[in-house]
Design a protein around this ligand. Structure first.
Ligand code: XMP
Length: 578
């Protein structure tokens, strides 16, 4: 019955998700046994293949933290100053950890007002006090919420109110994380400082973070157990300093150069400052890079196949070879080829398919999303590059279609696949990689992800306030190509030149309240698991094999069939989610 993906997509029509229906397979497992492990980019793996879009009404730190806790990923938008965006990244990276790698530390003479400032900026207030207000200095005490609640004078020095060292339970830096966890649990304290032999503070653990870790076993973390986060940048020259800020966490030193670079009116000084800046980044500050903020950079453009993007990809890979870069957006194999040649680690697919997009209407360019995903994913799989289906996702059913269409690169070690891979890398001019690395990539490569804007914009964690209209709770959701967003700075995504007329490629509107993504993402994911169960696909990794064997069957739906497939023939109805 039905058609294979090849038969379907190798004809001349362009299809989108709703045009297609998947024919069910055989169920032989429960939804709990469905594995949706995937990759956003070469080195960023996800337990849940969902990503929130870099839009100013979708992803700031609140959304990114929750997405990562749920096993997905958030990409912080860049419609703000570089230092603000870098701060958003920091908030995610510092949000939680059994082990806080770089805690906020103060001096004995700092005041209660300093604690208030930390609380406002970072949302936590258990602050260790050391001799010189830095890590690796002798621990003198801790100030927690309880110590400051009843202090009326916010100028009070912390040495007068802190819990002193002699009353603190501490762990030694020679103890294992498990031992530290145990001390934290039995001590019933909120914070556990870690000290070395000289009684200097080397780390801090937090009880609430430990509990949070337990609640989110799927959370997306880096190798230091910090939550992972992505950030978007544009392709202009000054996006390079934004990139440095995002990677290095905006140290004061770096910031000084950015401020000078931005404020100078002289072209000569601009060049001097930017080169100094780049030199420092590449040569001196390497260790800061390893303490990095951002985990993956997404180059945000409505039409990703441009000389500007290619230059930016090359620049990023040269400056930070270990940082993953996702390029896009593209919808054709030729566009994808150019980005792969430039060195991307992931590709974002979609042009004009987003709910707020008018790109296809304004420029006549784009592609129906299902076709775009199929063709780009099929091509990118030859190079083991994961792809992200971006835009047009309105339900778990759309996510299932997007994931099944993604031409999943299975970690297959067959000699054939290996040879094809090497030939392709040679064709791209990437010749000097040891064979073991090809092998490594082959084993690691997985699948693709789905990126959402409108589906998440109504959630509590997205930026902005709720408004009521006719008794319905709504939130603003706007395209980054809407005039409102472009005026705030997102013109770059649409190649608007300074001083030229702005042509909107998106609209501004509202979406209904969806509650917290803490409930919404598990709900959506369970829907996706049901989809995979109905298809008889237990592992996301199996998609390619099943499809190649022709076991995944599609059918095109007529308009009447689409109508039949949705709720119909009722006078009224209510759609309740959870
Ligand atoms: P959804 O359907 O999830 O789409 O709301 C989100 C994606 O749409 C893209 N985007 C735009 N595309 N004009 C466009 O043509 C715009 O103003 C615009 N703003 C966002 C973007 O790829 C996003 O992830």
């Amino acid at each position: 019955d039905g058609l294979s993906a090849k038969e379907l997509f190798e004809n001349r029509h362009g299809y989108t998700y709703d045009d297609l229906i998947l024919l069910p397979g055989h169920i032989g497992f429960s939804t709990d046994e469905v594995s949706l492990k995937s990759k956003f980019s070469r080195n960023v793996s996800l337990e849940v293949p969902l990503v929130s879009s870099p839009m100013d009404t979708v992803t700031e730190h609140g959304m990114a933290i929750q997405m990562a806790l749920q096993g997905g990923l958030g990409i912080i938008h860049y419609n703000m100053k570089p230092e603000e965006q870098a701060h958003e990244v920091k908030l995610v990276k510092r949000y939680e950890n059994g082990f806080i790698t770089s805690p906020m530390v103060l001096k004995p003479n700092s005041t209660v007002a300093d604690i208030d400032a930390i609380y406002q900026r970072f949302g936590f207030s258990g602050v260790p006090i050391t001799e010189n207000g830095q890590m690796e200095s002798v621990l003198l005490g801790i100030v927690t919420n309880r110590d400051i609640h009843f202090t009326a004078d916010r100028r009070t020095p912390l040495k007068d109110i802190m819990t002193p060292r002699k009353d603190l339970v501490v762990a030694k830096d020679t103890q294992s994380i498990e031992e530290c966890h145990q001390i934290l649990i039995t001590s019933k304290k909120g914070k556990l400082p870690i000290v070395n032999q000289k009684q200097q503070l080397t780390g801090l653990m937090s009880r609430t973070d430990l509990l949070k870790n337990r609640d989110f076993p799927l959370a997306t973390r880096d190798n230091k157990k910090r939550l992972r986060v992505g950030a978007a940048i544009g392709t202009r020259e000054n996006d390079k300093s934004r990139l440095h800020a995002l990677v290095e966490g905006f140290s004061f030193f770096i910031r000084m150069f950015v401020v000078m670079t931005y404020n100078t009116k002289s072209e000569k000084h601009f060049i001097l400052f930017s080169s100094l800046y780049t030199y420092i980044n590449t040569n001196i500050n390497l260790f800061i890079y390893f303490l990095a903020g951002v985990d993956v950079i997404v180059i945000d453009s409505s039409q990703g196949d441009s000389i500007y993007q290619i230059d930016m990809i090359k620049y990023i890979k040269k400056t930070y070879p270990k940082l993953d870069v996702v390029g896009g957006n593209v919808v054709t194999t030729t566009q994808a080829k150019h980005l792969i040649e430039a060195g991307v680690d992931g590709i974002r697919v979609g042009m004009g398919s987003g709910s707020i997009c008018t790109t296809q209407e304004v420029t006549a360019c784009g592609r129906p999303q299902a076709s775009a995903v199929y063709h780009v994913a099929k091509f990118a799989s030859r190079y083991a590059i994961p792809i992200c289906a971006d835009g047009g996702i309105q339900s778990s059913g759309h996510i299932v279609r997007a994931l099944v269409l993604g031409w999943v690169f299975k970690g297959c070690l067959s000699y054939d696949t290996y040879c094809i891979y090497i030939v392709n890398m040679y064709a791209l001019g990437i010749k000097n990689m040891p064979h073991s690395v090809y092998f490594f990539f082959l084993v690691l490569q997985g699948a693709s992800t789905a990126m959402m804007g409108s589906l998440l914009a109504g959630c509590e964690e997205s930026p902005g306030e709720y408004v009521y209209q006719d008794g319905i709770k709504l939130k603003t959701y706007r395209g980054m190509g809407s005039l409102e967003a472009m005026k705030k700075g997102s013109d770059d995504r649409y190649f608007t030149e300074r001083g030229k007329i702005r042509v909107a490629q998106g609209v501004s509107g509202t979406v209904v309240d969806r509650g917290s993504i803490r409930k919404f993402i598990p709900y959506i994911i369970q829907g996706v698991r049901h989809g995979f169960q109905d298809l008889g696909i237990q592992k996301f990794d199996d998609v390619k094999r099943l499809r190649e064997n022709g076991e995944i069957r599609f059918e095109v739906r007529t308009q009447a069939a689409q109508k039949e497939g949705n709720v119909h023939s009722l006078f009224s109805y209510r759609k309740t989610h959870y």
